[in-house]
Write a protein that binds this ligand. Structure first.
Ligand SMILES: C=CC1=C(C)c2cc3[nH]c(cc4nc(cc5[nH]c(cc1n2)c(C)c5CCC(=O)O)C(CCC(=O)O)=C4C)c(C)c3C=C
Ligand SMILES: [Fe+2]
Ligand SMILES: [Fe+2]
Length: 330
């Protein structure tokens, strides 16, 4: 029987909220062809000549505003998810059924802890079968597939490649949908329901959808299933896309433009949930909770609330456990 291990992956984050650390992180991230696929020499000129000279100082300030005593929220939350998942697995999974204890490691596609290091840690614990769970509910080539590439690259120099099982997406998983819907209901119990519920997902270039990336469709499906569970009617909610980067067209409608229109049209209150993010991070805590609040209020809106990501909620970790149970061999 094989010794199995689990690798939880997320996108990555700088080691410190300083221009130097942010530059290092962005350089690794933005060199990935899955993320930006312009002709290499053209992109390298833009990236090294402009972006990596200007963006790190600006973005480091934003990271400083969300940094915690445990470090970057994205990493701190992923560490908490790992800890809870390991405890739940130890409690629930009968060791004899799976051969041996199943270790859980975390890794980031860019920055630390790196995918090669985490895979080495699993290998050192004797794992010869690894389930990789990218914590991206909706598949995208810029997120999920880049993890696939990095896992494969880490194995390139190895004589022995373990057996891998790779989770592609869980955008319509019933436990994920229920956990999301319950988190929204919880928010409604603690704060009154707003005029509108905005489902804001990380955006990708339009080119992705045209090329066959199912991300946009999967985002709409997630919204459809959650609103069904919540009993919302058309007009009560909308799906939008945030975090635009660069000059090309990204999938629409844009989150900021939607909030501006709603504010101007007299919508008084809005609640925003970000189902593409399994952990709170710069894109939710700063862009959504702060920047976009300003957009809405300055356009005439009165009440604006961000509904936190599922983070290390029990229901979220239970969902991870169920996804793994479907893939771990007995
Ligand atoms: C350059 C284009 C980008 C694409 C395409 C993209 C897709 C994408 N990203 C996430 C998740 C996250 N992105 C985060 C930050 C972030 N994203 C981009 C660019 C693209 N993302 C940049 C340049 C940054 C860094 C911040 C900045 O400079 O603006 C994060 C947060 C990381 C953190 O440290 O908190 C996450 C998470 C997904 C899911 C996705 C495709 C669907
Ligand atoms: Fe380069
Ligand atoms: Fe991103």
């Amino acid at each position: 029987m094989k010794k199995q291990g689990v690798l939880l992956c997320n996108l990555g984050t700088p080691d410190e909220p300083t221009p130097k650390a942010v530059r290092r992180y962005l350089a690794e991230f933005l060199h990935d062809y899955r993320v930006v696929s312009l002709t290499r020499w053209v992109w390298c000129l833009i990236l090294h000549g402009i972006i990596l000279r200007i963006r790190p100082a600006k973005v480091a300030k934003l990271y400083k505003s969300i940094w915690t005593r445990e470090g970057s929220p994205l990493l701190a939350i992923t560490q908490r998810q790992r800890k809870k998942l390991q405890i739940m697995m130890n409690d629930r999974f009968v060791e004899q059924e799976y051969g041996k204890h199943i270790p859980v490691e975390i890794a980031m596609a860019y920055g630390n802890p790196s995918i090669p290091k985490a895979l080495k840690a699993l290998k050192n614990q004797g794992c010869d079968r690894i389930v990789v769970l990218p914590l991206y509910p909706q598949y995208s080539s810029a997120s999920t597939a880049s993890i696939f590439d990095r896992v494969a690259k880490a194995m390139k120099q190895e004589f022995f490649v373990p057996e891998f099982s790779f989770v592609g997406d869980y955008h319509d998983d019933p436990l994920y949908i229920k956990a999301l819907a319950d988190s929204i209901k919880r928010h409604w119990n603690q704060n009154d329901k707003a005029d509108k519920l905005l489902f804001s997902y990380h955006g990708v270039p339009e080119r992705f959808s045209k090329g066959g990336d199912p991300y946009e469709k999967q985002c709409h499906k997630t919204t459809e299933l959650v609103v069904k569970e919540l009993g919302l009617q058309e007009g009560d909610y909308l799906t939008s896309f945030q975090s635009r980067f660069g000059k090309e067209e990204w999938i629409k409608p844009y989150t900021d433009a939607t909030l501006e229109t709603w504010g101007k049209e007299g919508v008084e209150s809005v609640q925003v949930v970000c189902p593409a993010f399994s952990a709170d991070c710069l894109e939710t805590l700063e862009e959504i909770a702060e920047e976009n609040k300003e957009v809405f209020v300055e356009s005439g809106g009165k009440r604006y609330e961000y509904i936190p990501a599922l983070n290390d909620d029990d229901a979220h970790v239970e969902m991870m456990l169920a996804l793994l149970e479907q893939r771990l061999l007995k």
